[in-house]
Design a protein around this ligand. Structure first.
Ligand SMILES: Nc1nc2c(ncn2[C@@H]2O[C@H](COP(=O)(O)OP(=O)(O)OP(=O)(O)O)[C@@H](O)[C@H]2O)c(=O)[nH]1
Length: 411
């Protein structure tokens, strides 16, 4: 390995390089879905690709498939409820207008039949998610058509249009609101032509009362769903943060988390003289272990080294995996104490036995460097430890060496 190659990125880049959404619609509060769905709806694949959240691992295919299949079922009861509530102001206005039977039939179709029909259509579709999107657009069409049929009665018209629009936006599905707009406008114009654009905007107290349930329940449902979404995002952020701080294979600090912790130690050292030594640990001839015993056995060795590190450190210092077969520890200790720790660790690694891989033996080389004085930083500290590690490798491996500013340590 070329130890002369210094690393980048806060001073370093891993030598071996190893070790290293979609926008989830938050709610189904469509007029058809007044109550938030218990879990986020899956979004369209194309949309998810564009979303910044797609950087986060997408759910496994099976989970997505199950969600897609279950979407119509989850939407169904909310569509039944939402359309049912919309029927209240509609009936109140139609009674006042003494509407003809086709208007009643249209209301009955939209409010009471459509939710069941939509469910059947989506369930029978080869692509239930897209079928549900079409259903959402048709929900808007119904809402739009009811406005002229109510002769533009102000309060229920505004409530229905606002609710149905808010639901599209609130669904989190990009473009859904815009896509449903033409259908809604078309329905308003078509209904207007049928009624001769009859205009009676004054809302009676009865109609106002009948409009309240959908208004109140919708507002509460949107608030609740937003609350749930925010909570879920908060929890996922915490989870992501925790994952970012850990190396997946060994459970030690991830590189970035280790850098944060160690920088703090270095700063304390430079501010108050707190002792600090860096320990850079590299598995010897690790490529050979992989080649001979397989990557699984190599992983076992890395995990075992990490376990020994944890046991040795007992929570003192910051141990991380820089990447590949390289570990690093920032110890709040002087060089002599750090050397003791390093030697114990080295001996323990050399004595490792692997039940699953008899004959497998590992060893590590370790470079030590005391913390540099200001203004030198983490980069320089790591470089000093890297030079020491280079010497340990060069002198035959399975040994500990001090940085070039120090007298060499015995193996
Ligand atoms: N099993 C396993 N191998 C890894 C992992 N990450 C990197 N490696 C391998 O670790 C090896 C590291 O080899 P090098 O550091 O280049 O050299 P080496 O064989 O250890 O030799 P010296 O360090 O000079 O003693 C490479 O073959 C990588 O493919 C990992 O997470 N698991």
């Amino acid at each position: 390995m070329d130890r002369g190659t210094m690393r980048e990125s806060v001073g370093w880049a891993s030598r071996s390089g190893g070790g290293g959404g979609e926008l989830q619609p938050g709610v189904g509060t469509n007029l058809a879905c007044l109550i938030p769905l218990s879990s986020p709806l899956p979004s369209e694949p194309r949309m998810s690709d564009e979303s910044p959240a797609s950087a986060v691992a997408a759910p496994p295919r099976e989970t997505r498939a199950v969600r897609l299949r279950s979407l119509p079922r989850r939407t169904y009861r909310f569509r039944v409820l939402g359309m049912g509530l919309a029927a209240l102001p509609l009936i109140a206005v139609m009674r006042e207008l003494d509407s003809p039977w086709p208007v009643w039939a249209w209301m009955g179709l939209g409010c009471f039949l459509w939710p069941h029909l939509a469910y059947l259509l989506a369930r029978r579709s080869a692509d239930p998610f897209r079928a549900e999107l079409r259903n959402f657009v048709l929900d808007s069409f119904f809402a739009g058509s009811w406005v002229p049929l109510m002769h533009f009665n102000l309060m229920p018209s505004v409530v229905l249009l606002a609710v149905v629009s808010a639901d599209k936006i609130n669904s989190g599905i990009r473009g859904l609101w815009l896509r449903s707009l033409p259908g809604m406008l078309l329905a308003i114009v078509a209904g207007g032509l049928l009624t001769g654009f009859a205009f009676a905007p004054v809302t009676s107290l009865t109609v106002m009362m009948a409009s309240l349930p959908i208004l109140v329940i919708h507002t509460l449902a949107v608030s609740l769903s937003s609350y749930q979404l925010v909570r879920r995002v908060q929890q996922q952020n915490l989870l992501l943060e925790a994952l970012n701080q850990r190396d997946a294979l060994t459970g030690l600090d991830s590189r970035s988390h280790w850098e944060e912790q160690s920088l703090a130690l270095l700063q304390r050292h430079q501010a108050s003289g707190e002792p600090a030594t860096l320990m850079l640990i590299d598995a010897d001839r690790f490529k050979g272990i992989n080649d001979r015993y397989g990557h699984g056995a190599g992983d076992d060795v890395l995990r075992a080294i990490a376990d020994l590190l944890r046991r040795e450190l007992q929570g003192v210092g910051h141990a991380g995996r820089l990447g590949g077969d390289e570990f690093v520890v920032a110890l709040p200790a002087g060089l002599a104490q750090a050397r003791d720790v390093a030697e114990r660790l080295r001996g323990a690694v050399a004595a490792l036995q692997f039940a699953r891989t008899p004959g497998l033996q590992g060893s590590v080389s370790i470079g030590l460097a005391p913390a540099p004085a200001a203004p030198l930083g983490l980069r320089e500290w790591l470089e000093a430890a890297d030079r020491a590690l280079y010497r340990a490798k060069h002198d035959g491996r399975n040994r500990t060496a001090g940085s070039d500013a120090l007298p060499p340590l015995d193996a």
